[in-house]
Ligand binder design. Sequence first.
Ligand SMILES: Nc1ncnc2c1ncn2[C@@H]1O[C@H](COP(=O)(O)OP(=O)(O)OP(=O)(O)O)[C@@H](O)[C@H]1O
Ligand SMILES: [Mg+2]
Length: 249
Amino acid sequence: MSIHFGSFVAVESAALDIAPGEFVCLLGPSGCGKSTLLNAVAGFVQPAMGDVLVGDARVRGPSVSRGVVFQSSESLFPWLRVRQNVAFGPRMRGLDRAQVRELTDRHLELVGLAHSAERFPDELSGGMRQRVQIARVLANEPSVVLMDEPFGALDAQTREVMQREIERIWRDAGATILFVTHDLNEAILLADRIVTMTAGPAAQIKAVYPVELPRPRDETDVGAIELHRRIRQDIGIEVSKTLRAQGLE
Ligand SMILES: Nc1ncnc2c1ncn2[C@@H]1O[C@H](COP(=O)(O)OP(=O)(O)OP(=O)(O)O)[C@@H](O)[C@H]1O
Ligand SMILES: [Mg+2]
């Protein structure tokens, strides 16, 4: 698949197969095209060449079956309570009252926010708002969840808690996850496979690293440290290219 913006080639012939239920992390230097690739899977941008297939079906546009969690939680409706934010998708899908209630309760429970269901988004912490976003996406029962640096705006401690939670949620919900991050440790904690990209323009998939470490993982584990060293080297080369292109190195 290739993705162009006018005459600008953002991503060039990226090919990636993701198995159902797999957790894949996408890493690469800033501006290489991670969000662009994720947006193509979401159906927000169309590839110039090639296709995105989910099962046998070609992606033609956004769908609730491919939920997107953004970096900031500005996508929440501030005038709706937490419960109503999560219920919004199921309601739009035309489910009956009992089904909407069941999905909403279950997913608020899943992200540990049942006790905050009647609050408004601006009465929550950043980490809690991010969990509402995740519950809202999962309440649509997507088969694919796309996350673009979902914890990027959180402090280190909240981030650690959220990483543990997303791993548990992924296990419980059984969805396929494509997760963009800048944080190599985060990728090693979460991913079944880590995919690195080359520096743009015309970014390509550079390497795929299976993470065969037992879960729950510990970043101080010998295997994790070794993998970290290898991938850091890989990404470091691409980051240097980006900096050189910008005249910064
Ligand atoms: N709508 C657009 N129109 C034109 N160019 C775009 C558009 N969206 C992205 N680009 C360009 O495509 C390239 C890849 O951008 P993208 O946002 O995918 O990078 P990224 O890897 O997500 O970066 P970051 O890590 O900083 O989020 C960049 O050069 C960017 O300027
Ligand atoms: Mg991005």
